[in-house]
Write a protein of this length. Sequence first.
Length: 277
Amino acid sequence: MMILATFIFALQDGLSRHLASTYNVYMIVMIRYWFLFILVIFLALKSKQGIVARASTNFLLIQIIRGFLLAFEIIVAVQAFVYIGLINTSSIFSSYPLIATLLSIPILKEVIGWRRFAAIFLGFMGVLLILRPGSSVFSIYMFLPILSAIAFAIYGVLTRYVSQEDTPETSLFWTGIVGAFSTTLIGVWFWQQPDGNDWGWILLLCIFSTLGHFLLIKSYDFAAVSIVQPFAYFHLIFISIVGFYIFGESLTLNIIIGSIIVIFAGIFTIRRKRVAD
């Protein structure tokens, strides 16, 4: 189920790049969040506890910060899709578990052993291989996926922090509510009337986004995060296929080797955490 979710997210990202090359990124992300808003409200109303219980949290400020962070991360990532492509963006972004592991030290007070530190260092070397700073192919826009990865890593660590008391359903509820509110505040000022055919692509984008989140939730219902999370790296494979065959992006040797290093380091870090726990 997690593999299917990553496949759908890859298609979602491809559609985001296609639409963002014509329409404003803020508008596209805003419409995506409207559908996520509908999903979380529907799930809350359908639950036995009801919408009030679903929204109940002792970490309201952190939940709001989480919602803003994810919305910011998505906007930056989609912008990166346009400037440097799907493959470059996703290859660099895949380092977020390594960043999250480092952030868990001050925020979650986790103890990181030397093996995980070594894996994190190796992973960042993989990112540098992808970036190739100083080379003719390096672009200042490559800092966009780095910023996106940092934002998503903080979002992930804060999600783990609130999970001490809040359920995943509550966290998803606030993600949808805050994200829809924040992106609407900005997106309405950048509204562009889509062409007739593009409404179909926008609708498909929203369906993919909603379905992907739904499958992601169900994946974590069936298995522990440490078991499911490594399968998220299939997204990089699927997004590379989309970028290469549909958008004609290049898949260079440094990206392939760098991505393999980052994936290996990420999976090792996740597995070592499972052993430590």
